[in-house]
Design a protein. Structure first.
Length: 210
């Protein structure tokens, strides 16, 4: 098994320290940093994402895989920068105003990072203007807004309106998700996309920027 396959394998098992050692080994052997990222770390995370979608693994497995990915990318980051390897795009994620839930948002952030995005997590209980300001500051291609309550879901419309009224209108796309959110609601408020789960959110973000 090649070192890149070992990185992918160990990441899927959540063996963070082994991933760290293997990433360093791959660097020492002269493997391209972009290849370590794409064929090792991101490849492993993609498998976890696909299994999560099919309910073959659950939230705890995703969390340990994401932690292993973090360990690997910490070692790899300076080498990626030196080699000029850039993220595929930036995404601002947050939970809308009045909503204090963050597990779904955190999972989406991990899946987006696992898909090669630079993620700017603005946290929970965020008013519409904070999503827009963060997107402008970070030149984000996508905003991801989350809500877990039917009462706070309506605040997504404020985010959609704020995006449309700002300088990023037409440039930055808005995707939404959360337990009560539906495709019909997405269409109603004029958001650009709806994802039913964290793995779908990463796929959606990729298709939005493609």
């Amino acid at each position: 098994m090649s070192v890149l396959e070992q990185i992918s394998e160990n990441l899927q098992k959540g063996k963070a320290n082994d991933v760290k050692v293997l990433v360093q080994q791959a660097i020492d052997e002269g493997t391209e940093p972009g290849s370590i990222l794409n064929d090792g770390l991101l490849a492993g995370m993609a498998i976890i994402g696909a299994k999560f979608k099919k309910n073959e693994v659950y939230v705890p497995e995703v969390l340990v895989a994401a932690r292993a990915m973090k360990f690997g990318t910490e070692i790899l980051q300076p080498h990626l920068a030196a080699a000029g390897v850039k993220p595929i795009g930036s995404v601002v994620v947050g939970t809308v105003k009045g909503d204090l839930h963050d597990i779904g948002k955190n999972l989406v952030s991990m899946m987006l990072e696992g898909a090669g995005f630079n993620v700017i997590d603005i946290g929970i209980d965020q008013p519409a203007e904070n999503f827009v300001n963060a997107a402008i500051e970070n030149n984000a291609a996508v905003i991801g807004a989350s809500a877990l309550l039917t009462t706070t879901m309506t605040n997504m419309k404020e985010v959609a309106n704020a995006v449309k009224a700002s300088e990023i209108a037409g440039k930055t796309k808005l995707m939404i998700g959360g337990a009560p959110v539906t495709q019909a609601f997405c269409d109603e408020i004029g958001a650009d996309g709806y994802a039913a789960d964290a793995a779908s959110a990463a796929d959606l973000a990729k298709s939005i920027i493609a």
